[in-house]
Write a protein that binds this ligand. Structure first.
Ligand code: PAF
Length: 284
């Protein structure tokens, strides 16, 4: 694996590879890698000739400075993991490389980023769009791979790709879970022992709600999930929304959409965890 720190050096390398006809697959990350990232890299490896991974903790997408400060960072551990993966090129830029000048761009995503994460983390998706578009401009991949755990992020990135006319295929990859069901996340390693023990209640509740939903309406299903999770003193639901999977707008009736997803954010103390469940997708 080759490691690049400057925009110039990775651009040179990728241009040469593209000129020789290689298909470039890109997995952007913020480091603190886990099996979820490795599964994205594995999928990227099967679908492209060369896999590029970036590790960059993007300051512009953190609306909470404490969250940015405590975001886990361990580059050597990440490099060791990547050495055993399909990643061939690792891009580890500094903030100055990515943002030589402050990025003043303001994106307009309509209602997509006004709900859920967008509502509770104002500015978050603008920061995600800033960094992902900057990384796309540098790496210029044919395909980019994102996890479905960040369901709303995927929708926002697809919309950004549409608006900015990028010729990049966005590939959605399934959520990878710990053996007890907890969706893998870099933030899991910040959980105290007790909170880590209780955190699988989030996935359990979502899975149980799948059956509950078959016999109950949307409102009752929302209440079922929220009450089940909040019953644990270690967990507190920030939001649980049942939405149309394309528009991300709440639905009030199961028949309102063919693509229905339940998206949740839960606080385990200071640590914020997200997850989702697909109730219905007539396209899949
Ligand atoms: O999902 C993430 O890890 C980040 O939001 C991303 C896409 C790497 C942008 O910083």
């Amino acid at each position: 694996m080759e490691i690049f720190e400057s925009v110039y050096s990775i651009e040179q390398k990728i241009t040469a590879l593209k000129n020789s006809g290689k298909v470039i697959g890109f997995v952007p990350t913020m480091g603190a890698l886990h099996q979820g990232h490795l599964s994205l890299i594995e999928i990227a490896g099967k679908a492209s000739d060369v896999v590029v991974v970036s590790i960059f903790v993007n300051p512009t997408q953190f609306n909470n400075p404490d969250d940015l400060k405590r975001y886990p960072r361990d580059l050597q551990r990440d490099i060791d993991m990547l050495n055993n993966s399909a990643c061939e090129l690792l891009f580890v830029p500094t903030v100055k490389e990515i943002y030589p000048e402050p990025d003043q761009r303001v994106f307009e995503f309509g209602l997509l980023d006004k709900v859920m994460e967008g509502k509770f983390r104002p500015g978050h998706f603008n920061g995600v769009a800033q960094v992902v578009s900057r990384l796309f401009d540098i790496v210029k991949p044919h395909k980019a791979f994102f996890g479905e755990k960040d369901f709303q992020q995927l929708a926002v990135i697809r919309e950004m790709v549409r608006q900015l006319n990028y010729n990049i295929e966005i590939v959605a990859c399934p959520i990878i879970r710990e053996t007890d069901g907890l969706a893998m996340s870099s933030r899991n390693m910040l959980l105290s022992e007790n909170k880590r023990k209780k955190a699988p209640i989030i996935a359990d509740s979502l899975f149980e709600s799948f059956n509950f939903a078959a016999a109950n309406d949307v409102e009752k299903t929302k209440k079922f999930v929220i009450e089940r999770i909040n019953a644990s003193s270690e967990l507190e639901v920030e939001y649980f929304e049942i939405v149309d999977g394309n528009t991300l707008q709440s639905i009030s009736n199961w028949n309102e959409s063919d693509y229905v997803v339940g998206c949740i954010a839960v606080f385990a103390g200071e640590i914020r965890l997200i997850d989702n469940v697909i109730y219905k997708n007539s396209m899949s």
